[in-house]
Write a protein that binds this ligand. Structure first.
Ligand SMILES: NC(=O)c1ccc[n+]([C@@H]2O[C@H](COP(=O)([O-])OP(=O)(O)OC[C@H]3O[C@@H](n4cnc5c(N)ncnc54)[C@H](OP(=O)(O)O)[C@@H]3O)[C@@H](O)[C@H]2O)c1
Length: 330
């Protein structure tokens, strides 16, 4: 089923994922309200056919009721990805409640809520499925994303509101910040410095694959009330992912920094983050980079017949025009 002809809304539409999603929905023939807290940042979707930019902040409950009225589907993408707990809670938890309550009042057909694999925390190894207990630890982002999911389930159940929760891994692609621009900046160094030999697993999901999955989840009857990982399964290695960016930059050299050096330093740096109110669990993150884990896609395959399609090298190559446009690749 397609969303062509339907009035839908995307929160966080000026951002990386929200912008890609809004454009794809509009191309498919949906009428898209693109919610932007700062419309001046929405250049990527401005002037696109079928997209109307609407100004609004998800922390404003009344505004959410106004903008969601008349929509059949909500893609709730907006989130705070950094900062301390006091900054993230009002957006990732209260903001999600505002969106869900407005969705219930407007009697929308489905809410697609973008969560994160961060809800599992850093400590699991091996195969991670959707029914694993969430252990977000002390990191404000991980905690508030887990709390946001809980709000979706609570309001969804109270109001008989259809929803699906998507837990993307590391989203990369054109316009991507952390897993494209920042990683590419690291990969340009010759040799590319990394903690360890790079044979630990990494979890890059290409943005167009995620968009595809979100749209399917919005329309597939078996997706209602379900949470899904969205990650490569099997997971590639850091050597393949970061090394792919290095090769774009014209070299294939790797500088392995022994993790043993970082282990005593990580708790000291962690103290600095904790004093700022933004604990990061750096010692666990050091281990995360070496770990062999896969966020399983079995559920998406079995229930929805879906799996990521974009090969890693293709996804990396697709970033080239944007990296050039940004002046990162010459
Ligand atoms: N990037 C990843 O690798 C990754 C991985 C897993 C999950 N996710 C999830 O994917 C979603 C999108 O991430 P992204 O990478 O596209 O991040 P992004 O580019 O930073 O986009 C987030 C958007 O949310 C907006 N926003 C923040 N607070 C808001 C508020 N109070 N009201 C309205 N809009 C608000 C931001 O607007 P401003 O520009 O005005 O701040 C921004 O446009 C998030 O839910 C994130 O948790 C991301």
């Amino acid at each position: 089923m397609s969303l062509a002809g339907q009035q839908v809304i995307v929160t966080g539409a000026a951002g990386f994922l929200g912008g890609a999603l809004a454009r794809r929905l509009a191309t498919d023939g949906a009428f898209v309200k693109a919610l932007a807290r700062q419309p001046q940042k929405a250049g990527y979707i401005n002037q696109q056919p079928n997209i109307t930019i609407v100004e609004g902040d998800i922390t404003d409950a009344q505004r959410m009721k106004e903008v969601i009225q008349g929509c059949s589907h909500i893609f709730h993408v907006a989130a705070a990805l950094g900062g301390n707990y006091q900054k993230q809670y009002p957006i990732n938890v209260d903001g999600t409640r505002n969106v869900m309550l407005a969705a219930a009042e407007a009697k929308v057909e489905r809410v697609i809520h973008v969560s994160s694999i961060a809800v599992y925390g850093y400590h699991y190894n091996g195969d991670i499925t959707e029914n694993f207990q969430q252990k977000p630890g002390h990191v404000p982002y991980n905690i508030t994303k887990a709390q946001g999911e809980a709000v979706v389930r609570e309001v969804g159940a109270q109001h008989h509101l259809g929803y699906s929760i998507i837990r993307p891994a590391m989203i990369y692609g054109p316009r991507g910040n952390a897993w494209t621009a920042t990683l590419f900046r690291i990969a340009k160094h010759n040799p590319t410095p990394f903690l360890g030999d790079g044979h630990g697993k990494v979890h890059p999901i290409y943005v167009d694959d995620l968009v595809d999955f979100m749209i399917l989840s919005a329309t597939h009857p078996a997706a209602v009330g379900q949470a899904f990982n969205c990650s490569p399964d099997p997971a590639p290695t850091w050597r393949a992912f970061l090394g792919g960016y290095s090769r774009l930059a014209g070299h294939d050299s790797w500088l392995s920094i022994p993790p043993i050096i970082m282990r005593p330093i990580a708790p000291i740096v962690e103290l600095f983050f904790t004093l700022r109110g933004e604990p990061q669990e750096l010692p666990a993150l050091v281990d995360f980079l070496q770990a062999s884990k896969t966020y399983k896609m079995t559920k998406a395959r079995d229930l929805l017949g879906w799996q990521p399609k974009t090969e890693l090298q293709t996804g990396i190559d697709n970033c080239v025009p944007w990296l050039r446009e940004k002046g990162l690749l010459t």
